[in-house]
Design a protein around this ligand. Sequence first.
Ligand code: 5GP
Length: 189
Amino acid sequence: MNQGILFVVSAPSGCGKGTILSRILKNKKFYYSVSATTRQPREGEENGVNYNFLSKPEFEKLIAEDAFLEYAVYCDNYYGTLKAPITEHLSQGEHVILEIEVQGAMQIRKLCPDAKFIFIAPPSLETIRERLLHRGTEDAETIEKRIRQAETELNFKNQYDYCIINDILEDAVSDFKSVVRAEELKIQP
Ligand code: 5GP
């Protein structure tokens, strides 16, 4: 059986990546890697579905056990990808999607040279502010922190293989599917 492809997807907060990915993940050939984090669950988020929500000592214990493929600190919280499910699903021929921020993506670049890197960008920084305000899950201070973080993250765009601008959702979903298809059809050396 062919190995699946590892897709690493990054996007600043408020780029609508969750909406794009929920459409992509309707196809069962994808496995979405559920990360671990120390941030508090937002309303409606479920443990084991959106994230594995851990305490700081629990997270640090896993770091010490070398259980993470990558991890990073983002806006004062730990976020990390556990190694075991990734290798398991890739070897079953599924494509694995990691939705992670840029520091983690750069770690994966070094560790997994076959991974494909997709950056989802907003049409402008102002759209991020509007989306975060509309989402209403963060307070004003956190929104400003996330916008500053978004500016920093946009500087990393050129380190990725593909950039999809999420202006019109249908177009962004279709662009994402095109990237996956092109990678599936690529002749392996
Ligand atoms: P949020 O708090 O909005 O769910 O996520 C904040 C940021 O952390 C997002 O950019 C998201 O992609 C990133 N993130 C989520 N899981 C992981 C992970 O396992 N590793 C890393 N490095 N970043 C992650």
